[in-house]
Write a protein that binds this ligand. Structure first.
Ligand code: E4P
Length: 218
């Protein structure tokens, strides 16, 4: 299973990358805005900075919502760095654009996916990744993990190559549930990744080992 970090914050990306287990990064316009990055040129510079930190796929989202606009923006983003994956919303013009990008060998991440039907269209169009939003479904009393399971089953049954990238992960338990559901990738906030490390028996066990070592070595 691949691990992506879901942020545009360079310090957090460096910290996750330094752990040595990071496979990529996802961003979205809200995450870019959170870092105060304004204007097309600054956004592009920021994506390149991210690509220079992490040796893995970096999703950069288009702002355009019409076919021609998505194509123009996506081609510009893809030209920034070989690791850029063009993130496209799951709307009609987005699906058409994903088909176009797929024929041209430009990798895509179909985002804002909330149903198996949307995931089917993304896969048929040739998306590299599909991003079902787990947390946002949970927020409205739906079941985000169940959606991951349904998409994984469907892609397996029909032999689609599109990778299931579980997005909108809110906490560590979501990561574990995505693993159990068979997601190919989970994109997570740094805190959720670090949460995987936590176990009180690790802490108490380590404290006991160090205390015993000190007893005979001091
Ligand atoms: C990443 O690809 C998504 O844009 C992101 O995970 C959405 O997360 P949120 O629902 O916490 O905003």
């Amino acid at each position: 299973m691949k691990f992506f970090i879901d942020t545009a914050n360079l310090d957090q990306i460096r910290e996750a990358n330094d752990l040595g287990v990071l496979d990529g990064v996802t961003t979205n316009p809200s995450l870019m805005a959170k870092e105060g990055i304004r204007g097309d040129e600054n956004c592009k510079k920021h994506y390149v900075e991210i690509c220079n930190i992490v040796d893995g796929d970096v999703s950069a989202e288009v702002i355009a919502t019409d076919y021609e606009g998505i194509i123009k923006e996506g081609e510009e983003l893809a030209a920034l760095h070989p690791n850029i994956v063009v993130k496209v919303p799951c709307i009609a013009d987005g699906i058409k654009a994903i088909k176009y990008f797929s024929k041209k060998g430009i990798r895509t991440n179909c985002t804002l996916v909330f149903s198996p039907g949307q995931a089917l269209l993304a896969a048929k169009a040739g998306a590299t990744y599909v991003s079902p939003f787990v947390g946002r479904l949970d927020d409205i009393c739906s079941d985000g993990i169940e959606l991951i399971e349904k998409i994984v089953d469907m892609y397996g049954y029909y032999g689609f190559n599109t990778q299931v990238l579980a997005a909108s992960i809110r906490h560590t338990q979501h990561i574990i549930q995505c693993i159990e559901a068979g997601a190919d990738v989970a994109t997570c906030p740094l805190a959720a990744i670090k949460g995987l490390l936590k176990h009180p028996l690790t802490d108490s066990g380590l404290a006991a080992f160090l205390a015993d070592h000190k007893k005979v070595n001091s």
